[in-house]
Design a protein around this ligand. Structure first.
Ligand code: GLA
Length: 387
């Protein structure tokens, strides 16, 4: 891929000067969904698929962008003096947002660049292609200009850009999973204080299979923000009765004791999901450490049920993929992953069952939904690198 992107770079921008190539992964979350903005735990891992970039410094303030995924758009030109998000800027809002965010943090980007990108994360699938671009951009800026930032800072800057430049109110999970990725490990992250630990993904005789529903998120972002505010209101109501900083501070028992403080049934369900999902995540990581993959799978299944019934972020596409997956012999666990409302499911499937899993779930999905799902057997990879 490195050669391919460098070649395309030369074709579009010219070959002269010092062109460098980079890669940042995508991510999949194994369990701990919609907990990262509630001060709870998440358990994502970086993938070996992601975003490739080739870049070269310029001596002026110009920015020239080209994406091999959106060739029809051709070269998109901008400037460091125009770091303002706009609809017309399309995908370049992501790299530009990161340049803007560095400036906001006191690290003004000193000169422009030419940037070529190619992503092999399925488009709009919920495997964090935008966070992947953000972390990649931050990594390139650090490499080019020597900014004194850690990979964890790159995650925070990426999230800052997403929240404030692109106005998506996401938590820290995606950028953190990508910036801190480690081959064959998932990251058990406490989003309340960003303490974390790596946990080896040892699935002995099984693999992670991602199924993309091919339903684009569409209305998802507004629903996402709606869930966030429902949780915030529920938290404020609980705080009248019990001293907590986030829903992640509660275990199930304490939640049950105080849940009547929440004045509305829907909000109570949302908060219940956040509390129970956080506890499930803690338990799931313990199970994995004890080599109890079966229990890990059961907790994944329970996570889906809670996201379907209490948090209500699944929809017929994700529910069909998961419910069909549960029927397949050799499927250890299956759930939606990411924000929901479309996007992907993640399943753990025994090696010998993978072919029949893809066939059975694929057929049933197409029959019910009317178009096909795509399946990816993925590997857990490292964080961003210079190639
Ligand atoms: C999206 C957000 C994350 C997280 C998940 C849900 O991927 O970007 O911060 O909230 O949804 O778990």
């Amino acid at each position: 891929m490195k050669d391919k992107i460098l070649q395309k770079f030369a074709e579009v921008f010219g070959a002269e000067g010092d062109v460098k190539a980079y890669f940042a992964p995508g991510r999949v979350n194994l369990i701990g969904e919609h907990t990262d903005y509630n001060g709870g735990h998440v358990f994502p891992c970086a993938l070996t698929i992601g975003t490739y970039g080739a870049a070269r410094r310029r001596t002026d303030n110009k920015l020239r962008f080209y994406s091999m995924n959106f060739e029809k758009l051709g070269m998109i030109e901008s400037s460091l003096d125009d770091l303002v998000s706009s609809k017309e800027a399309g995908w370049t809002n992501y790299p530009k947002g990161v340049m803007w965010a560095f400036g906001e943090k006191g690290m003004k980007v000193p000169s422009g660049m030419d940037l070529m990108l190619y992503g092999n994360i399925p488009n709009g699938s919920g495997l964090s292609s935008s966070a992947s671009v953000e972390v990649l951009m931050g990594y390139i800026l650090r490499d080019f200009f020597g900014f004194d930032v850690t990979n964890q800072d790159l995650a925070l800057i990426g999230q800052f850009a997403e929240n404030n430049y692109n106005k998506v109110n996401c938590g820290i999970m995606d950028q953190f999973a990508i910036a801190m990725g480690k081959k064959d490990n998932a990251i058990f992250l406490d989003t309340a204080d960003l303490s974390f630990e790596y946990a080896p993904i040892v699935l002995e005789g099984a693999k992670i299979v991602i199924a993309s529903s091919n339903k684009k998120r569409g209305l998802g972002d507004s629903k996402y923000n709606e869930r966030r505010s429902e949780c915030e209101t529920a938290l404020a109501e609980l705080q009248e009765k019990v001293k907590i900083n986030g829903l992640g501070d509660l275990d199930e028992e304490t939640f049950e004791k105080y849940q009547s403080a929440i004045q509305d049934d829907v909000r109570r369900k949302r908060a219940k999901h956040a509390v129970y999902e956080n506890q499930r995540t803690i338990r799931a990581v313990e199970a994995l450490k004890a080599n109890d993959v079966a229990l890990f799978g059961q907790l994944m299944n329970a996570s889906h049920v809670s996201l379907r019934d209490d948090y209500e972020v699944t929809g017929i596409e994700l529910d069909t993929l998961v419910e069909e997956a549960w029927k397949v012999d050799g499927c250890i666990g299956s759930r939606m992953t990411g924000a929901g409302f479309g996007g992907c499911t993640v399943s753990i499937v025994k090696d010998e069952a993978i072919d029949s899993f893809i066939e059975k779930v694929g057929k049933a999905y197409e029959a019910k939904i009317g178009y096909a799902a795509d399946f990816y057997v993925v590997e857990v990879g490292n964080g961003p690198v210079a190639l």
